[in-house]
Design a protein around this ligand. Structure first.
Ligand code: NDP
Ligand code: GDR
Length: 330
């Protein structure tokens, strides 16, 4: 039986990855920080809360990394923990850097010193491409991050590669493009739209958003956690772009949701309304970012060839899954 530690176990990806590994008979150690609330709701939703051994952990505490790595000597370590909300990183750049950059250094150093056989997965991100230098983006595309989140993740990405090259560690990065699911946090645009529009059907309260023209390559988290697992099963450590290879605007996502909900709409420059003028989507300044990533589109040819990975969900199937779940929950 293999042991895997997952940080970020209470988040979207942590929950799906834990389920994936448990199905393969791994012992899963869930590294989570103390919290007073309902932080295990995703694990409960997937019915796996009682199959996980939890351990206290915080990315910002170096001893925390050392303790858990020394204690469990895991075969695999998936670092999915992060302050993952890009918009918040502009208001909390220090907290974001402590967790997303320094936190990763703590883990790499702890593995080097205490458990060098442990295979390490770092959750890198398409946000590092930022103001993109070429389209589509692949593993060789230069980075130009546009947020404290993206800058911190770029540091962690290079540090992971540096530990691999300097100390011969099995340390890998998955450069994952946006991935969503019914378990997505409600602050991210897809879930905000899904929840907001399902609520609109009953209340006619408009949903307030920011930039409707941003383009993202959206996949489904269930597909993407399988790619993470495959990355650590290869003969040699390497980095992979994981994406669908299709990009859509926020507007497209809204349209797909409205069609799924059978709502008739007309589009204007900054809003959506019904044909007789009832507002559905409006924009508000607080949801625009100081610097934006306008367009992301991933080329995952390397993952297709080496990992034999490809996504099962397209955007229509993702929208359907999110809307269906939201309707069944209210
Ligand atoms: P979530 O926001 O859903 O989950 C983040 C997790 O990190 C939560 O479990 C949270 O715990 C934990 N966390 C936050 N701060 C700390 C800390 N200081 N110490 C320990 N744990 C902490 O993110 P996702 O599941 O969507 O993403 C997983 C990872 O993948 C993240 O690193 C993210 O940056 C990265 N990523 C995500 C993409 C996406 O589209 N989803 C795309 C590319 C990369 P708590 O419950 O206590 O808040
Ligand atoms: P992103 O995801 O920043 O790409 O980071 P998010 O869903 O927050 O934004 C996507 C795009 O939508 C635009 N947008 C809005 N976004 C939010 N959250 N709320 C709004 O009201 C709104 N209106 C428009 C944004 O400006 C942006 O262009 C996600 C996270 O999961 C990161 O952790 C991960 O690394 C990247 O995806 C890849």
């Amino acid at each position: 039986m293999k042991t895997a530690i997952i940080t970020g176990i209470t988040g979207q990806d942590g929950a799906y990855l834990a389920k994936n590994l448990l199905m393969r008979r791994y012992k899963v150690i869930g590294a989570r920080r103390r919290n007073t609330g309902q932080q295990n709701w995703r694990l409960k939703y997937l019915g796996i809360e009682n199959e996980i051994e939890f351990v206290d952990f915080d990315l910002t505490e170096p001893y925390s990394a050392e303790n858990i790595i020394d204690r469990y000597q895991p075969e695999e370590f998936y670092n999915l923990g992060a302050q993952s909300f890009v918009a918040l990183s502009f208001n909390q750049p220090h907290v974001t850097t402590q967790a997303n950059a320094n936190g990763v250094l703590h883990l790499l150093e702890a593995i080097r010193q205490k458990s060098p056989h442990t295979k390490f997965y770092q959750a890198s991100t398409s946000e590092m491409f930022g103001r993109v230098r070429e389209t589509p983006q692949n593993e060789m595309t230069a980075f130009h991050p546009r947020s404290p989140y993206g800058v911190a993740k770029a540091y962690a990405h290079y540090m992971t590669i540096n530990y691999r090259e300097s100390y011969d560690m099995f340390a890998c990065c998955g450069i994952l493009f946006n991935h969503e699911s019914p378990l997505r946090g409600s602050e991210f645009v897809t879930q905000k739209i899904v929840k907001g529009l399902v609520n609109w059907v009953h209340t006619k309260q408009p949903v307030y958003l920011g930039n409707l023209d941003a383009k993202r390559d959206w996949g489904h988290a269930e597909d993407y956690v399988e790619a993470m697992r495959l990355i650590l099963q290869q003969d040699k450590p390497d980095d992979f772009v994981i994406s669908t290879g299709v990009t859509h605007t926020v507007r497209d996502f809204i349209e797909k949701c409205l069609k799924c909900l059978n709502v008739e709409y007309v589009q204007h420059k900054h809003e959506f309304s019904t044909p007789n003028g009832i507002p559905i989507i409006k924009t508000a300044p607080e949801f625009f970012r100081p610097a934006e990533v306008d367009v992301l589109l991933g080329d995952c040819s390397k993952a297709k060839e080496i990992l034999q990975w490809k996504p099962k969900y397209n955007l229509d199937a993702l929208v359907k899954d999110m809307i269906k779940t939201e309707i069944s929950e209210i």
